[in-house]
Ligand binder design. Structure first.
Ligand code: ZN
Length: 433
């Protein structure tokens, strides 16, 4: 146990697969490295890294080639990379995006959820104040892809006033923003794997991505010579002793919350990640939708409450049902949430990661187009062509949402056909999942 981290009542030695899950499903070499350096309290040695994880293939994509970063820096905040990630699913708190900031020197990352892209400027100002105070140095340069939210008049003036060099990747050269792109990929893959492992709905993506960033900042990285971003930036060894598996069952000590001495001391909750402000665990009560923060929590890492809620009668999430939910402050506030979505959607290997530079590489998955519809189509047949599907309102709605998702993501640009080019056809594929 550490005086820096939250406290857990159970501190037993666990095996490799449990550590793999607690750490956000890192690759085998990273887990082996942590075990070989005695950073993890392990039970047994034989099965440490020789196991199959069924959640990893669900959340992680096939790696695409990336050019390595062109920028070399020798101090924190000398260069910050930033980019916006869009989700095709609104989170339980109504978030649609997050903005990412990565320190080029340490690869340490911060993300902030957003309802609108226009929040990027105010979040950058907040981020700048935070890190400059923390590290007693100034941000010198900002690398972006030049998206509208970074090139507004007010943003431009702010950067000029503070002497910050704004580096914009050239159009059609997204690899110049490659570091942010790679970081997005790592965060989103990890977040989706966490959701898949806990059978949690995509509506909890903001909590999952936040936990992913928390873990990635603490994990050794090959590009950092197997040091972690937090080691390089904060000069301290990450403490893994208090990590628990995202989405597992937990029992927080509720005495401080109770208004009546006869109230139960605890209640079964879902572990939703770590609270930065309070150095505690965030625990969601699925009955009342209330989130408790506690340092004193008992965990059952073999039980995942969202697995128990699956089935045809589970409540269905939709964007409209989450609109009225109060914001879930996942980045360091103690405000409570009221998530209303409890449907479960299995993440897929082709998740809807959409960043401008990668548009066209990843496409929104039709299976997320309309949860309510998809969950109620067990006895329907899959149409084999457009004209068949077009006869049904549900499929028309799904196609409409899918088409709109492509449009919003700017997946294609219409150009006049050239007689010299061989134009490939495409078709709709309909699947009930
Ligand atoms: Zn895994």
């Amino acid at each position: 146990m550490s005086s820096h981290g939250p406290l857990a009542y159970l501190g037993v030695r666990v095996d490799g697969p449990v550590w793999h899950s607690r750490l956000g499903h890192p690759s085998s070499p990273i887990l082996k490295f942590l075990l070989s350096t005695n950073k993890l309290s392990i039970a047994g040695t034989k099965t440490c890294t020789n196991f199959t994880c069924y959640s990893c293939p669900l959340g992680k994509s096939v790696k695409l080639p990336f050019q390595s970063s062109l920028s070399v820096t020798h101090a924190p905040l000398a260069l910050i990379h930033s980019d916006v990630w869009s989700s095709s699913n609104k989170s339980v708190s109504g978030f649609q995006y997050y903005v990412l900031f990565v320190d080029n020197f340490s690869r340490y990352s911060w993300i902030f959820p957003m309802r609108l892209k226009s929040e990027v400027f105010s979040l950058y100002v907040k981020f700048k104040t935070l890190v400059e105070n923390l590290f007693s140095t100034k941000i010198k340069a900002l690398q972006t892809d030049g998206g509208g939210e970074y090139t507004s008049h007010i943003f431009h003036n702010f950067l000029v006033t503070h002497g910050i060099d704004h580096r914009i990747s050239y159009p059609r050269h997204p690899e110049q923003n490659g570091l942010a792109e790679r970081k997005h990929r790592h965060i989103v893959d990890t977040g989706l794997t966490l959701l898949a492992h806990a059978s949690m709905p995509l509506a909890y993506w903001a909590e999952a991505m936040h936990t992913a960033v928390y873990l990635i900042n603490r994990l050794p990285s090959k590009v950092l010579g197997l040091q972690s971003p937090s080691q390089i930036l904060l000069h301290k060894e990450p403490n893994f002793a208090f990590l628990k598996i995202f989405g597992c069952a937990c029992f927080p000590y509720l005495r401080p919350y109770n208004t009546n001495k006869l109230h139960l001391r605890s209640v079964k909750c879902v572990f939703l990640g770590y609270s930065l402000d309070h150095q505690g665990y965030r625990c969601l009560n699925l009955i009342t939708n209330r989130v408790f923060l506690s340092r004193h929590v008992i965990f059952d890492e073999h039980c995942f409450p969202f697995q128990e809620t699956k089935g045809p009668h589970a409540p269905i999430s939709s964007s409209s049902s989450t609109d009225s939910a109060p914001p879930l402050q996942i980045f360091g506030s103690s405000r409570h949430s009221s998530p209303s979505a409890t449907s479960r959607v299995r993440p897929s290997t082709t998740h809807s990661m959409v960043t401008r530079a990668q548009t066209g590489v990843r496409k929104p998955n039709p299976k997320y187009a309309n949860h309510a519809f998809l969950a109620s189509t067990n006895d329907l047949v899959e149409p084999t062509c457009f004209s068949q599907a077009n006869k049904f309102q549900e499929w028309r709605t799904a196609m409409g949402e899918e088409f709109n998702a492509f449009q919003r993501a700017g997946t294609w640009v219409l150009v006049p056909p050239k007689p010299t080019l061989n134009v490939l056809p495409n078709k709709w594929v309909f699947r009930i999942k």
